[in-house]
Design a protein around this ligand. Structure first.
Ligand SMILES: Nc1ncnc2c1ncn2[C@@H]1O[C@H](COP(=O)(O)OP(=O)(O)OP(=O)(O)O)[C@@H](O)[C@H]1O
Ligand SMILES: [Mg+2]
Length: 341
């Protein structure tokens, strides 16, 4: 029997950024087409779907409707742990949800915290320093070129060619730019010049790996540099910018997958995750970050793209994420079944 599924999301608003906001301020939020595609997939599989915008009104709606499970797409609108807010509420209410839990979502959005855990678990990640607003950058232990990015954003917000900093002179403006526009600490990392990959993982005990994507920088204009920037993600969605399955040897693929899995497990990710990696000068995969709420825009985001290459339809992808969560919770009884028992 079908479930009642709460589809929880933050819909992107069409409004323009304010004078004091960066142009990519709304980048994290879902497009209508994503929400419709997920809802259609759930309905086709026989489930009933309740649309829930993850805002202050969501709590009464959740209380009233008490879905059997929530399909969580919600990025959260405010605060450094914004992705963890609704999972915390759902835990409080005893409502199961797809994907990672509170701690994982809060940790992964704080890239420096996540990197400390990678280091503790022996997962390679670029050397780094966190520079909060007003602090003097202490980066003597790092070797140029460096890479400067917001400490807790996604969708490559604040990331472009000028994120690559080749000398001390360029460092202060790059950091000031993050403080000024994103109002949060800057994460300064050593820049890894090597190839870039993203690895998708589905399921928990016996995880399934999607075909690996390599980001292909070759067709990008030289001045753009080899950065998977906000501009890249918005404009260069043609397949020529991606290689999937990535042209790597079996041993290289195995190492990429193993490194990604270790990073995802270090943070306690559940059901679905996408791990971004880059090779260092020795060819060792380093983890840049883990995405426990990977973009789900059909035909556009990395995860649905790799699923497509695997021969998995978008609907199958959605249902496999749901089934993974359902199995984890042992959720075999539906709301209706519970009420009539
Ligand atoms: N230390 C680094 N060395 C080289 N390139 C880097 C480094 N850190 C980030 N980048 C580049 O910037 C891109 C975005 O960085 P990152 O994945 O940390 O940001 P994000 O906004 O969280 O991305 P997502 O859209 O996956 O959530 C990477 O895909 C990579 O191309
Ligand atoms: Mg990334």
């Amino acid at each position: 029997m079908g479930l009642t599924v709460g589809l929880l999301y933050n819909l992107g608003k069409d409004e323009l950024p304010g004078d004091d906001e960066p142009p990519d301020i709304h980048a994290e939020f879902d497009r209508e087409e994503t929400i419709h595609a997920v809802a259609d997939a759930l309905r086709q599989a026989g489930h009933q779907v309740i649309h829930i915008e993850a805002d202050e009104l969501a709590w009464p709606l959740l209380r009233e409707t008490r879905p059997d499970i929530v399909f969580n797409l919600a990025e959260g609108r405010h605060g450094p742990s914004r992705e963890a807010q609704f999972p915390a509420l759902l835990d409080l209410m005893g409502i199961p949800y797809t994907g990672s839990g509170v701690l994982t979502l809060a940790l992964s959005l704080d890239k420096a915290m996540a990197k400390r855990l990678f280091q503790a678990e022996g997962v390679p990640t670029p050397a780094f320093e966190v520079v909060p607003p007003g602090a003097i950058p202490r980066v003597d232990h790092l070797s140029y070129p460096l890479f400067v990015k917001p400490a807790h954003e996604g969708s490559s917000m604040g990331i472009g060619p000028s994120s690559v900093v080749r000398d001390e002179l360029a460092l202060a403006p790059a950091i000031a730019n993050i403080h000024r526009w994103y109002r949060q600490p800057a994460l300064v990392e050593e820049f890894l010049e090597g190839r870039e990959f993203t690895v998708g993982i589905l399921g928990n005990r016996d995880p399934y790996f999607f075909p690996i994507i390599e980001v292909n920088f070759d067709p990008c204009p030289a001045e753009h540099g080899r950065v998977y920037s906000y501009h890249f993600k918005q404009h260069w969605d043609d397949w020529k910018y991606y290689r999937c399955p990535a042209p790597v040897t079996d041993a290289e693929a195995a190492l990429l997958r193993a490194t990604a899995l270790r990073a995802s497990r270090a943070l306690g990710c559940l059901d679905v995750t996408r791990v971004d990696l880059r090779l260092d000068s020795e060819g060792t995969p380093n983890v840049l970050e883990v995405n426990p709420l990977p973009g789900m825009c059909p035909g556009f985001s990395d995860l649905p793209r790799m699923a497509e290459v695997a021969g998995m339809t978008y609907s199958e992808l959605v249902i496999r994420i749901l089934e993974s969560a359902r199995e984890r919770y042992g959720l075999v009884q539906t709301q209706v079944e519970r009420q009539t028992a």
